[in-house]
Design a protein around this ligand. Structure first.
Ligand code: MG
Length: 402
């Protein structure tokens, strides 16, 4: 019999705002997931995947690689359904690389995405999984070299991820579990910064899985830390027969290491993630803008009405001298209205004033308009000395709506 002993470390890195990686160290099962998606979606995707994987991995009876494949499919459906149920999570997904101890002292490995599993055997490092990204496929097709791939601008484009479709193809690898061998699961934040040669050198130097995991994460951080970094190392050992079947080595990074021996407690909290407010700031700004616009239009209309109705003018209605409220000719849609007719006609004033009466003689008030009429009549009597006597009061007060 063999037993497995694991160590793990994770870090947000130096550039990203939050850690979207998740890891699992559990009974006969180890995994790394690297979530993707805007806002919190990436964190949700990787957390839901890890939880569903652990729950979906049926541990009763003799375990086979199919148990692990089925657990990966369960994880895929869980992330897919979470995204379907939450519109703000649409398009989220995650990588998943997992290793499980199955019957016959074998190790089953599943992979979706570009997280990796390496085997470390006789001091040599070998990548077991194939990256599901565009650049790795170009290398596999011989179209670019491995060196070109390292700096390829499109190396982040994944060709397969967990949770973005209701079904996903799952890569399976089976390795013999030999004492002394070690396995390394990691998110792409590690190989992005640390070469395979350096990873191998650190594994040769540090036999303890926890120390090696921490050292690798620190190395990736020191070399740029451009992405979240997560490392799980599994040492294969002879079973000592003292119940050391699955151990987590001392966890010395409590702040960052999200080691979940009982992930059941952590998953569902994401279902109660608060929804964003229904009225976004954009909508509020639009409403405010419309209100201000309506206010300006209202003030404008009020101003026009005020201006159009504020004055009086003396004019003619046929030969009769009358007083209008409003402006001669009107303002926009506001026509002047007849305020009152006087008892005078054009024959009561000098002909020199007829033109201004036809145009409309503006006065600031009704009283001023009446006084203007009296002045014209008085002027004619003074000069000609004849005609009808002046009348100071109008004979009618005709309010008209025009
Ligand atoms: Mg990553």
């Amino acid at each position: 019999m063999i037993s497995l002993r694991a160590g793990a470390a994770t870090d947000v890195g130096l550039v990203r705002a939050n850690n979207q990686d998740q890891l699992l160290v559990a009974d006969r099962l180890y995994a790394v997931a690297d979530g993707m998606g805007g806002h919190a979606a990436g964190e949700v995707a990787s957390a839901v995947a890890i939880e569903a994987l652990d729950h979906g991995f049926v541990r009763s009876g003799s375990l086979t690689p199919d148990n692990l494949i089925e657990a990966a499919r369960t994880a895929n459906r869980a992330v897919w359904e979470e995204a379907e149920a939450n519109p703000e999570m649409r398009g989220m997904g995650t990588t998943l690389v997992a290793l499980a101890q199955v019957e016959g002292d074998q190790l089953a490995i599943v992979n979706i995405g570009d997280s990796r599993l390496y085997a470390f055997h006789d001091g040599e490092l070998r990548q077991v999984t194939l990256d599901h990204n565009l650049v790795a496929e170009l290398v596999a097709q011989g179209r670019i070299s491995k060196e070109e791939a390292e700096f390829h601008p499109r190396r982040n484009i994944m060709t397969r991820a967990l949770g973005v479709e209701p079904e996903v193809p799952v890569d399976l690898f089976v390795e013999p579990a030999r004492p002394g061998d070690r396995y390394l699961l990691c998110s792409d934040g590690l190989p992005r910064e640390v070469s395979d040669d350096l990873i191998a050198a650190i594994l040769r130097r540090l036999a303890d899985p926890q120390q090696a995991a921490k050292e690798l994460v620190n190395e990736a951080k020191n070399r740029g830390g451009n992405d979240n970094i997560t490392v799980v190392i599994v040492n294969v050992t002879e079973d000592s027969g003292v119940g050391e079947d699955t151990q987590l080595a001392d966890v010395v990074e409590p702040a960052e290491a999200k080691v979940e021996k009982a992930p059941a407690k952590t998953g569902r909290r994401f279902r109660r993630r608060p929804r964003p407010p229904t009225a976004s700031p954009v909508t509020l700004r639009v409403v405010a803008f419309i209100l201000v616009l309506l206010m300006i239009l209202g003030l404008g209309a009020f101003g026009v009405v005020w201006y159009a109705r504020s004055g009086y003018f003396v004019g003619l209605q046929g030969s009769k001298i009358v007083i209008y409220q409003g402006r001669p000719g009107g303002v926009l849609w506001m026509k002047p209205t007849l305020k009152e007719a006087t008892s005078h006609t054009t024959s009561d004033v000098l002909s020199v004033h007829l033109q201004s009466l036809q145009d409309g003689q503006q006065e600031p008030s009704l009283a001023a308009a009446r006084a203007f009429v009296q002045r014209l009549v008085a002027e004619r009597q003074e000069i000609l000395g004849t005609g009808s006597p002046p009348t100071s009061a109008p004979n009618t007060a005709t309010a008209s709506t025009g």
